[in-house]
Design a protein around this ligand. Structure first.
Ligand SMILES: Cc1cc2nc3c(=O)[nH]c(=O)nc-3n(C[C@H](O)[C@H](O)[C@H](O)COP(=O)(O)OP(=O)(O)OC[C@H]3O[C@@H](n4cnc5c(N)ncnc54)[C@H](O)[C@@H]3O)c2cc1C
Length: 409
C-alpha cells in the first residue's frame, strides 16, 4: 500500500506524500474497506491521525524526520489517546509527561492502540499539568525502542482482526522536548482536531464495509433462486436492497460534505462527527441485512459477507458519537456548560448572558433545543422542545445544560 501511495495520501509531495485531497482519500478508503477493513484502518490511522497531525502541527524538523518514511509505508504510525480509565472521557488522562527541563518523563498505559505492535512512531497524549485540566495536556512523539516503552498484549477482536490493537506501557520514558507537538499544553486540542479528520476516515471505512456488503447481497440476490425466480424478484428482498442503497448513498453524501469542508478549510468538526455517526449505523444495519439476504450461506465463512458483518458491528466508539457531536457543536460556537437540577416546572434558570442557542441533554441524548435569542436569565422550555414537555416536569430531574454562545469564554 505504501508503494501505491496509500499511506500518505494527503501528505504534501515535498514530504514524500501523494498530495491528494480528502475527497480522494475517502474514495480510496471506501474501495479498500469493501474488501478489507483491517487494511483500511491501518491506512486510516496512518493517514488521518498520524501524518495529518504531524504535517498540520509538527515542526519542520519533525515533518522532515518522520513524514517521508510514514508516507511511503516504510514505517507505520500510531495515535495513542485511549487509556484503561479514559475512553470516551478523554480528558481523564492518567498518563503523565513530567517536564524535566529539556525532556519529559513519560509514565502510564495506553489501551486499544491501532498499529500498536507494528508502528515505529507513536503520538502519545499525556498530562503535564493536571491542575490545568485539558489545557495541561501535551502530545509527544515517542519512538519504538525508547527505553521504558513496552508493547503489551494484542487484543483478540471480533472483527478487523488483521489490524493489530495493543496496550502500550510507558515507564520513565525519556522523551526529548523537541518531540512535543505544538505549544506547551496544546495536546488536547491537537487530539480533538486530529480526531475530527480521523472521523472522516472511519466514516469512509464504514461506508466501504456497507457498500461491499450491499454489492455482495445484490449479486447473490440475482443468482439465488427460490419459489421459481431469483430472490431479488421477491419484494421483501427488493425493498431491503432499496433501503440499503438509500442509506449508503446518504452516508456517502454526509462523508463527502465533511471531506469537502476539510478541503475548503471550513470547520468540519460537526460534519465529520455527523458522517461518522451515520455511516457507522449504516454499516451495522446494511451488513446485517446482507447476511439475511444470503440466507444460511450468509452465516458461513466462505461468503465474505459474514466477515463484513463482524467488522460492521465493531466500528470503534460509534456509540459515543452523539456526545462527540455535541462537543463539535461546542467548538463551533463557544460554550458554557453546567449541570442543573430542574427545580421548577418548565423553567430552567441559566446564568445571565446572551445566548444564541441552548441544548438540553440527558446523558448524550439531545432532548430539547432552544434557538430563540435572549438575554433573559430564565429560559422557558414550554412549547419549543423537541420532546414532550412532560418529560421535564419532574422536580429534581438532573439534566445537563449546554449553552452555546457566539462568544468564546
Ligand atoms: C478496534 C479499536 C481500535 C481502536 N483504536 C484506537 C487508537 O488507535 N487510538 C486510541 O487512542 N484509541 C483507540 N480505540 C479506543 C476507542 O477510541 C475507545 O474504545 C472509545 O473512545 C470508547 O472508550 P471505551 O472503550 O473506554 O468505552 P467507555 O468510554 O468506557 O464507554 C463504555 C460505554 O459507555 C457509554 N458512555 C460513555 N460515556 C457516556 C456518557 N457520558 N453518556 C452515555 N453513555 C456513555 C459508551 O457509549 C459505551 O457504550 C480503539 C478501539 C477499538 C475498539
Amino acid at each position: 500500500m505504501g508503494e501505491l501511495g496509500f499511506m500518505g495520501m494527503m501528505v504534501a509531495p515535498e514530504y514524500g506524500g501523494s498530495g491528494l485531497d480528502t475527497v480522494s482519500y475517502v474514495l480510496a478508503m471506501e474501495e479498500i474497506s469493501k474488501i478489507d477493513a483491517s487494511a483500511s484502518v491501518v491506512m486510516s490511522v496512518n493517514n488521518s491521525l498520524v501524518c495529518w497531525g504531524l504535517e498540520k502541527y509538527g515542526t519542520e524538523e519533525q515533518k522532515q524526520k518522520y513524514l517521508p518514511r510514514l508516507a511511503s509505508g516504510e514505517i507505520l504510525g500510531a495515535f495513542c489517546l485511549s487509556e484503561p480509565e479514559a475512553g470516551s472521557d478523554a480528558t481523564s488522562q492518567r498518563t503523565t509527561a513530567i517536564d524535566q527541563g529539556d525532556h519529559y518523563i513519560l509514565n502510564g498505559t495506553k489501551n486499544w492502540i491501532t498499529n500498536g505492535g507494528t508502528a515505529d512512531v507513536y503520538l502519545v497524549i499525556a498530562q503535564t499539568y493536571p491542575e490545568k485540566g485539558h489545557h495541561g495536556i501535551n502530545a509527544l512523539i515517542v519512538e519504538k525502542g525508547m527505553p521504558g516503552f513496552e508493547v503489551g498484549l494484542k487484543e483478540n477482536k471480533l472483527g478487523i482482526r488483521g489490524s493489530d490493537t495493543h496496550s502500550l506501557m510507558f515507564t520513565d520514558v525519556k522523551v526529548p522536548k523537541e518531540n512535543r507537538i505544538g505549544e506547551d499544553g496544546f495536546g488536547f486540542k491537537f487530539a480533538m482536531k486530529t480526531l475530527s479528520g480521523g472521523r472522516i476516515g472511519i466514516a469512509s471505512q464504514a461506508l466501504g464495509i456497507a457498500s461491499g456488503a450491499y454489492e455482495l447481497a445484490k449479486k447473490y440476490s440475482k443468482e439465488r433462486k427460490a419459489f421459481g425466480t431469483e430472490i431479488c424478484n421477491h419484494q421483501a428482498i427488493a425493498f431491503k436492497l432499496a433501503d440499503m442503497y438509500t442509506e449508503i448513498e446518504a452516508a456517502r453524501l454526509l462523508i463527502m460534505k465533511a471531506a469537502r469542508d476539510k478541503d475548503n478549510d471550513d470547520n468540519y468538526d460537526l460534519s465529520s462527527a455527523a458522517a461518522k455517526v451515520y455511516a457507522s449505523k449504516v454499516a451495522m444495519d446494511v451488513t446485517v441485512e446482507a447476511v439475511q439476504i444470503h440466507g444460511g450461506y450468509g452465516f458461513v465463512k466462505e461468503y465474505h459477507v459474514e466477515r463484513l458483518m463482524r467488522v460492521g458491528q465493531e466500528l470503534p466508539d460509534s456509540t459515543m458519537e452523539m456526545e462527540i457531536m455535541a462537543g463539535s457543536v461546542k467548538m463551533d460556537f463557544g460554550v458554557k456548560s453546567f449541570n442543573k437540577k430542574v427545580v421548577a416546572e418548565e423553567t430552567i434558570n441559566v446564568p445571565a448572558g446572551t445566548y444564541d442557542c441552548m441544548v438540553v441533554t440527558e446523558h448524550t441524548e439531545t432532548k430539547m433545543m432552544i434557538t430563540k435569542k435572549t438575554t433573559s436569565k430564565l429560559w422557558y422550555a414550554k412549547g419549543v422542545g423537541l420532546v414532550k414537555q412532560e418529560e421535564y416536569n419532574k422536580k429534581g430531574d438532573l439534566v445537563g445544560l449546554t449553552v452555546l454562545t457566539n462568544f468564546k469564554d
